[in-house]
Ligand binder design. Structure first.
Ligand code: TRP
Ligand code: ZN
Length: 319
């Protein structure tokens, strides 16, 4: 496909797109004509229907492959093929990185958006493997689908930020962050120094959701908090196990990290239900690591808000 040249000015067309943004998040109140010429492009609304369509496909993949999408199983390979085909068709440069874990071959999928400063890489990632006990739709089809749809939105909008954009889908997270650790090691210190930030999305559509922001790099954290503040939604700092997902290898290597999380097996308190709704005393995700982690185990509102927050952060942090 034909890609717009890097560094193009905000055109009338781009302004028209920006004014169509819904959700009250980033579309400024000022009319397009009042925007200074230097105003950065605004993030698009991520269509929730598209994100959910990816989840439906991931569930079908699990159903056709013994009920899961786990490391070393055919459902993982099929999940990777699905995501890779979408990215290739949209104009990404994709790389499959192979590693071994527990005697089976695993794969990371890396997708680079052509353009931007290669010495300033903004990265977003999610683990694509499920546990073997279920299809893993909230954990972590949700993050995988939202990051995929954000990448596709970058392609659709022809977004050409100053920084280079890279998206990743990790293998073998459920075996102990194996794929992401392998990737971070493979970069070497030179490669790691080029990553301005890594944003992680693991479980963002929990059925009894909370709105948790990782308490790590202050700039990334503020970007997410600003987004939710703009929607009038209060957030809390993520405390359900720091270091339990793929941002940990990046953080340990000195890369600035951040991310979003809607909760796993901790239970919602009355104070949390008062601000977020949902059910007091119930887990955020009662199907965590279970066979019932299906497309029925998703709260659409949480998935929608978190997907839009991903796009907002990618746009804000890359230009
Ligand atoms: N995949 C993670 C796990 O199985 C899910 C998780 C639990 C998580 N607690 C978290 C992800 C906190 C991010 C932050 O452990
Ligand atoms: Zn997970």
């Amino acid at each position: 496909m034909k890609l717009p040249r890097p560094g193009r000015a905000l055109t009338a067309g781009a302004v028209a797109v920006a004014t169509l943004i819904t959700g009250g998040s980033v579309a400024g109140a000022a009319p397009a004509t009042d925007r200074p010429a230097s105003t950065a492009a605004a993030a698009p609304d991520i269509p929730i229907a598209n994100v959910k369509a990816h989840l439906t496909q991931l569930q079908s993949i699990a159903a056709a492959n013994g009920g899961n999408r786990a490391h070393g199983r055919p459902g993982y390979q099929a999940s990777l093929n699905y995501v890779k085909a979408k990215l290739d068709a949209a104009g990404f440069t994709t790389t499959v990185q192979r590693f071994t874990a527990s005697g089976r071959t695993g794969y990371n999928l890396i997708a680079d958006w052509p353009g931007g400063d290669a010495n300033q890489v903004v990265m977003a990632g999610s683990h694509l493997d499920s546990v073997s006990s279920g299809p893993g739709i909230n954990d972590n089809g949700s993050g995988s689908a939202a990051v995929l749809e954000t990448a596709l939105a970058v392609a659709r909008s022809g977004h050409q930020p100053t920084k280079h954009l890279r998206f990743a889908w990790w293998g073998a997270e459920e075996l102990g962050l194996v794929g992401s650790r392998y990737y971070v090691n493979s970069l070497g210190s030179t490669g790691r120094a080029k990553i301005s930030g890594y944003l992680n999305f693991d479980m963002i559509g929990s059925p009894n959701p909370g709105y948790f922001v990782y308490d790590d790099d202050p700039t990334i954290e503020k970007t997410f908090k600003d987004y939710f503040a703009g929607l009038g939604i209060s957030t809390e700092i993520e405390t359900e196990g720091d270091g339990r997902s793929d941002h940990a290898p990046f953080k340990n290597a000195g890369v600035p990290v951040g991310g979003l999380f809607s909760g796993a097996d901790y239970r919602k308190t009355s104070a949390q239900a008062a601000k977020w709704g949902g059910t007091v005393g119930q887990p955020f995700d009662r199907c965590y690591h279970s066979s019932c982690d299906t497309t029925a185990n998703i709260n659409d509102t949480a998935l929608n808000r978190n997907s839009d927050a991903i796009a907002y952060a990618i746009w804000e942090l890359s230009q």
